[in-house]
Write a protein that binds this ligand. Structure first.
Ligand SMILES: [Zn+2]
Length: 478
């Protein structure tokens, strides 16, 4: 039996989060606006209008190109891609063809087994989006709101070797786009769209066979499922002596199935030529320097640095760099604390991240600042408060915005480490629970935990639990 491998290339369309559209001053994001309310003569292609390029769209494309290790080009051109479709009012799309804004580049994917899969990029180009067509009850409705929204199209080479790797690529890309603050990268809202080119070959072969193109997948899970379904179909087809045809396939996420849309157009059908109404984009060194002045450390580099500098396990570094503001929060807290950074990581990944999820906010919006978290950890280390009180303090600081020390003082939460005070309570608990004392003394030593719990409750959680345990075991042995 032949063993097959799948060969995948991904074509992504990324909606840049500029204020205005790419060639006019309409709002760029009209999500949730009534149809055809966010349009003007330019983006609906009325006669006599002229497009004006949006500087911010060029700048965000350059930031993305740099993050993808691509080479931004000092000279690039806009071209017309001609095709007829109802939601394309001009009859052509302004895009870039042979001289795009950037070429080359790659994205590294750290795989679970420790390998790294490098996915190389063919080119990145800037273009305008088309409108939307909706069929309903035998009628066709057209909404031009999305016409002229700035997109970067980014095409990978066929470097991806499994559905999981494709999902990884999209996950990392989405993380990167949000990290850079250049796109909301929400697949459900179409801010990040993906078409997958899929072909198969016998394992070990280097040839590229006929591929099919999967369209209309609007979540990362859907991309994974669609690729798996298509891979199996192609293997069945080839095994039964059939031939793979270069179809374009439409993914139906409800039925988890693919349907043939049409045979693929060839590039010549688009009759590309230079856009005569736009000048070339000159990206000189000064401009590039200005664009990249605040270029951040990228997620994978920061992940590695967290492992090296703070001795964090890979898992912690991965979680803490999943989002930029969380990674900045961790680093600020770790520096303010100065102790074992793993402690900071534990508190962040458990309690603080739960608070973030519950409130559905990024770390930067917490009232519990990194310095507060560091202060709480120091209070625990100094045995000024115990662990349980420390965790309660997180919520109290978040709610009140006051500093941990202030709250400890005002609410009398300081840990009681006074031997005689704890001993008194321990004795009281022992005296009032003779049956438990009896079974503990006759060998059921696990009961000690129950006694500690009683003492903590009696002292409203403020006792030093280790000290309570020590005194209790002493008294129970007598
Ligand atoms: Zn417009």
């Amino acid at each position: 039996m032949t063993e097959y491998e799948v060969v995948i290339g991904l074509e992504t369309h990324i909606q840049l989060n500029t204020q205005t559209k790419i060639f006019c001053s309409c709002k760029a994001d009209s999500w949730e606006q009534p149809p055809n309310t966010n349009i003007c003569p330019v983006c609906t292609g009325l006669p006599g209008v002229l497009p004006v390029p949006n500087e911010a769209a060029v700048e965000k494309a350059v930031i993305l190109a740099t993050a993808m290790h691509a080479e931004p080009q000092s000279l690039s051109f806009f071209d017309r891609k001609n095709y007829f479709y109802p939601d394309l009012p001009k009859g052509y799309q302004i895009t870039q063809y042979d001289r795009p804004i950037a070429v080359g580049g790659y994205l590294d994917l750290p795989m679970p087994d420790g390998r790294t899969r490098r996915v190389t990029i063919n080119k990145l180009h800037l273009e305008e989006d088309a409108g939307k067509t909706k069929n309903e009850k035998g009628k066709r409705y057209i909404d031009f709101n999305r016409c002229g929204v700035p997109l970067v199209e980014m095409v990978t080479n066929p470097d991806i070797r499994s559905a999981d790797e494709a999902a990884q690529y999209l996950t990392r890309l989405r993380q990167l786009l949000r990290w850079l603050g250049i796109s909301e990268a929400d697949m459900e809202k179409g801010h990040l769209r993906c078409d997958a080119n899929v072909s198969i070959r016998p394992k070990g072969s280097a040839e590229l066979n006929t591929k099919t193109e999967i369209k209309n997948v609007n979540s990362i899970d859907a991309v994974r499922s669609a690729i798996l379904v298509e891979t199996e179909r192609q293997i069945r087809e080839v095994e039964s002596g059939g031939e793979i045809k270069p179809w374009t396939l439409d993914w139906d996420d409800n039925r988890k199935s693919l349907h043939k849309m049409r045979s693929k157009e060839t590039e010549a059908d688009y009759r590309y030529f230079r856009e005569p109404d736009l000048l070339p984009v000159h990206l000189d060194d000064d401009w590039k320097e200005r664009i990249l002045a605040d270029f951040p450390e990228l997620p994978l580099a920061r992940r590695q640095r967290f492992m090296d500098t703070y001795a964090l396990p890979e898992y912690d570094a991965e979680v803490l760099t999943s989002e930029r503001s969380l990674s900045e929060y961790f680093e600020a807290a770790a520096q303010a604390y100065g102790g074992d950074a793993k402690q900071v990581s534990n508190w962040l990944m458990n309690d603080v991240m739960r608070m973030l999820n519950d409130a559905n906010i990024p770390a930067s919006q917490l009232r519990l600042r990194p310095e507060h978290l560091a202060e709480i950890l120091k209070l625990v280390d100094a045995k000024a408060i115990n662990n349980a009180i420390g965790k309660k303090l997180l919520k109290k600081v978040e709610k009140s915005g006051k500093s941990p020390a202030e709250i400890v003082e005002a609410e009398g939460l300081a840990q009681v480490s006074d031997d005689s005070a704890i001993r008194e309570i321990c004795q009281k608990i022992i005296d009032s629970n003779p049956a438990e004392v009896e079974s503990c003394r006759s060998g059921k030593e696990s009961l000690i935990g129950w006694f500690v719990g009683q003492v903590m409750r009696e002292m409203r959680g403020k006792a030093d639990p280790q000290m309570a345990r020590q005194i209790l075991s002493e008294l129970l042995k007598q």
